[in-house]
Design a protein around this ligand. Structure first.
Ligand code: TXA
Ligand code: MG
Length: 339
């Protein structure tokens, strides 16, 4: 199929965004920008549109999708038995990069929830995403708009590289500001549980919710036969073709370690010094948000530049660092080197 590229400057391009919304209303699949990563959107009420999303991405069949809404009015349409804690989080962090897992209503079709009785919901803060939801009048299911398993797309170019010819349209706008996918927190168990770290940090959630459990899959590989609270956590993810190693240690030790790896690329911080092999910077060690912004672009660049092996300097696990670490440990297929 031919993929229509809809170039948009901002949310005031109403005519163009209406074209995108109309494609969605008639069961089409459209990649759209959000503040986190580009999403591959389709009506959450339309089974066949959702099947097309899974087919275009090559997504594992048991991995449910996040549903995007544009207002709190839409929440009871998609979720039921909504706890007070959900409204407290919405008040503080919506619109924004936070997804809540809640009990689902029958309006959400089976192919979104993949057999679970829950639905993951978020209200994006990006103006274009919001306007497309409003113009379509639909809750939109949207996974990241990449080929399953590859680094997520933070620019329209990344989406076009992965999905051109496989989807109806791309709303091509600016690069994403956050750079990593939303924080996912489950509110259906006894205690709130962090399933995927993101720009809304565990520390921020705790200030609203009290104790938040961190699911073991955030930092650890699932064991054979272990059930995933968030099915997406069990798959190899975010990985370039190159073999990636995540390296923990000081700047001095990192430089000393990588300098005899002649055929590889080192990926590290602005603050890293004395690296004598090819080196790519993904942000400042002191500002984790910059690491999040550049992470997926750098992972894609490793392949574009033809490197077969990459050694990536690991960030700390506090704040947004946890989200970056969570993506990197998967990109590295859990190969961690401690110096
Ligand atoms: O920032 C984001 O969340 C982006 C943008 C497009 O909004 N979307 C995104 O979707 O990252 P995706 O499909 O790449 O990741 C969704 C994650 C997966 O790990 C999936 O398993 C989990 O959310 N998930 C979805 N529904 C769930 C549910 N009902 N219970 C537990 N986990 C769920
Ligand atoms: Mg994804």
């Amino acid at each position: 199929m031919e993929t229509k590229i809809i170039k948009v400057n901002d949310a005031n391009d109403t005519d163009k965004l209406t074209v995108a919304a109309d494609i969605l209303k008639t069961g089409g699949v459209v990649a759209i920008p959000t503040e986190t990563v580009y999403g591959l959107a389709a009506s959450a009420l339309d089974d066949s549109a959702i099947s097309a999303v899974f087919a275009a991405k090559g997504r594992p069949q048991d991995n449910p999708l996040i549903v995007h809404i544009d207002s709190l009015d839409m929440l009871p349409f998609v979720a039921r038995d909504i706890p007070k804690s959900a409204y407290a989080l919405a008040e503080k962090f919506w619109p924004g990069p936070l997804t809540m897992v809640l009990k689902k209503t029958d309006n959400i079709c089976e192919s979104v929830s993949r057999g679970l009785d829950t639905v993951a919901v978020r209200m994006p803060s990006d103006n274009i995403a919001n306007k497309i939801i409003s113009l379509s009048g639909l809750p939109l299911a949207a996974p990241s708009a990449n080929i399953s398993g590859k680094p997520s797309p933070t620019s329209a170019t990344h989406v076009i590289e992965d999905l051109s010819g496989k989807i109806d349209a791309v709303v091509a706008a600016y690069d994403c500001t956050v750079g990593v996918e939303s924080t996912v927190v489950s509110l259906v168990g006894k205690k709130p549980r962090l399933l995927r770290p993101g720009a809304i940090t565990a520390e921020q959630l705790s200030r609203v919710l009290g104790e938040v459990e961190i699911d073991s899959a955030v930092l650890n590989e699932l064991k054979e036969g272990q059930k995933a609270a968030s099915p997406g956590m069990k798959y190899k993810h975010y990985a370039p073709w190159a073999t990636v190693y995540l390296v923990e240690g000081s700047s001095d030790k990192f430089a000393e370690f990588v300098n005899d790896k002649a055929d590889a690329v080192a990926v590290g911080f602005l603050e890293d010094k004395n690296i004598e092999i090819p080196f790519m910077v993904y942000g400042s060690e002191k500002q984790e948000i910059t690491l999040a912004q550049n992470l997926f672009k750098v992972l894609r660049d490793i392949d574009k530049k033809g490197y077969k092996t990459a050694y990536i300097h690991a960030p700390g696990k506090k704040g947004v660092g946890l989200a970056v670490y969570n993506r990197l440990i998967r990109a590295a297929a859990f190969r961690v080197i401690e110096l």
